[in-house]
Design a protein. Structure first.
Length: 201
């Protein structure tokens, strides 16, 4: 379709728009792997450990009296450092910005399908003027507690990093990070930037 005239655009800007539109027809080549063996995951090293890997495997049987059946499974590998505003689900969290603000009691966010094998502690990057607590529950907001982070509060808005231990519940689980206010702390809040899943020492 022909576009309406945009006289306010410079020639360079118009060229960039045209280049982008033309790339939409480019076909991306999927990278295939052998059925067995090992693969070295190195792409993240050039991007400051950002991004994630998605590995997908499909299998189709030989069929028979009916049409052959196909099943597919996917594995998502996240970076060790995850940002709170990239969680899979939120509850009682009013607005997602560069940081997640936890201010309502029992507010939480969720990272799904996490395997904590070889993870020994969590490091939080946050700011908080008041004392509070973040508990990590498995599979529901009231599930088993595998980590407790007691926030002391430093009386200002400076961002700090602190660590706490975490227990591996074995296998994949949805991790619920539940915020709890301390007794009498009605106006307390925590601005949470990122969480690093640290390797077990």
């Amino acid at each position: 379709h022909a576009m309406s005239a945009h006289p306010q655009l410079t020639k360079d800007d118009a060229s960039e728009i045209v280049k982008y539109i033309l790339t939409l027809n480019d076909k991306k080549v999927a990278v295939s792997l052998p059925r067995e063996g090992n693969v070295a995951l190195k792409d993240h090293l050039a991007s400051a450990d950002a991004g994630r890997y998605i590995l997908t495997a499909s299998y189709t049987d030989k069929g028979g009296a009916i049409t052959p059946l196909t099943t597919t499974e996917s594995l998502v590998l996240r970076p060790a450092k995850v940002y709170a505003n990239s969680a899979d689900k939120y509850e009682k969290v009013p607005k997602i910005n560069a940081v997640v603000t936890l201010e309502q009691d029992q507010a939480y966010f969720v990272f799904k399908d996490i395997d904590l094998k070889n993870v020994g502690q969590l490091t939080y990057s946050y700011s908080s003027r008041n004392a509070a607590k973040i508990e990590v529950h498995t599979d529901s907001p009231t599930g088993a507690v595998i980590s407790t982070f007691n926030i002391k509060g430093n009386g200002n808005d400076n961002t700090i990093q602190e660590s706490t231990v975490i227990t591996d519940p074995q296998g994949k689980h949805d991790l619920y990070f539940v915020f709890t206010k301390t007794l009498g702390n009605r106006r307390g809040w925590v601005n949470l930037g990122w969480i690093n899943f640290d390797q077990q020492k």
